[in-house]
Design a protein around this ligand. Structure first.
Ligand SMILES: [Fe+2]
Length: 250
């Protein structure tokens, strides 16, 4: 989320990866540019800081500079269930530190958001396409509704390694490995300023909600945390553990 989140990632991600023994790292970057959207320059910085793949969400198109970048990028993906005429892709495969291929899929839920088609219409085909290349698969479900995220986690149980939710910026306490071997967490939370209303300066968000008047939102600054989840899996792609990550910065 914004510059505070980016600074935390740039200064701490490499060290954190080492401490946690994380050989692959996916970062959702849709709030990187002043809280909404992402630019090619910022995407490059996040990748240089230790993100292997960047996923996006409903704010993907906020900065038009990203459009042409997404056409060719193999490491920055956007929800697969956007219009088929939009640039970019929703599935990519990249190598972890030990050479293991990891597929990353990005889809978006329907509540309060506007995918071109429902994620359930595209997910099976995407998983098949990913499984043809590797059994280690992460799905980022960018969605508002906990129900949609729990439902797709169950639907994919046994077919992917982990389903992580993003978008609400509030980490949920339901990290679990499901019976079929797919780990899941409804929302991994926010890397950014938590002394805020989901990253925005609190007084601005409250003013808009109380009055209904338009306000230009600014990213807050205080209470920065790196939030996410650490997933372990075996070589068959089956998850063996998932733990929420929640680290204060600095
Ligand atoms: Fe979002």
């Amino acid at each position: 989320m914004g510059a505070p989140g980016r600074r935390a990632v740039e200064e701490r991600l490499r060290g954190l990866r080492e401490e946690l023994g994380a050989s692959f790292c996916v970062v959702n970057g849709e709030n990187l540019a002043d809280g909404v959207g992402i630019t090619p320059k910022l995407a490059t910085r996040l990748l240089a800081a230790g993100a292997d793949v960047i996923t996006l969400g409903n704010h993907t198109w906020r900065r038009s500079e990203i459009n042409s970048y997404l056409e060719t990028s193999e490491r920055v993906i956007r929800p697969a269930n956007f219009s088929k005429f939009a640039p970019g892709r929703g599935l990519t495969v990249a190598a972890a530190e030990d050479g293991t291929k990891v597929a990353v899929i990005n889809v978006m839920g329907s509540l309060f958001l506007s995918p071109a088609v429902a994620m359930f219409e595209v997910i099976d085909e995407l998983v098949e396409e990913a499984r043809a290349q590797t059994p280690v698969i992460l799905v980022d479900v960018h969605a508002e509704a906990t129900s949609e995220k729990v439902a797709i986690s169950r639907w994919l149980d046994g077919r992917v390694t982990v389903v992580v939710g993003t978008h609400t910026h509030v980490q949920t306490s339901d990290a679990r490995v499901q019976p079929g071997g797919t780990a899941a967490i409804t929302d991994v939370g926010m890397t950014g300023p938590h002394d805020s209303v989901i990253g925005v300066k609190g007084d601005q968000a409250i003013y808009r909600m109380r009055t209904g008047l338009p306000v230009r939102f600014e990213t807050a600054e205080g209470g920065v945390r790196i939030e996410g989840a650490l997933v372990e899996c075996d070589e068959s792609g089956r998850a063996t553990a998932i733990e929420p990550v929640r680290v204060a910065y600095p």
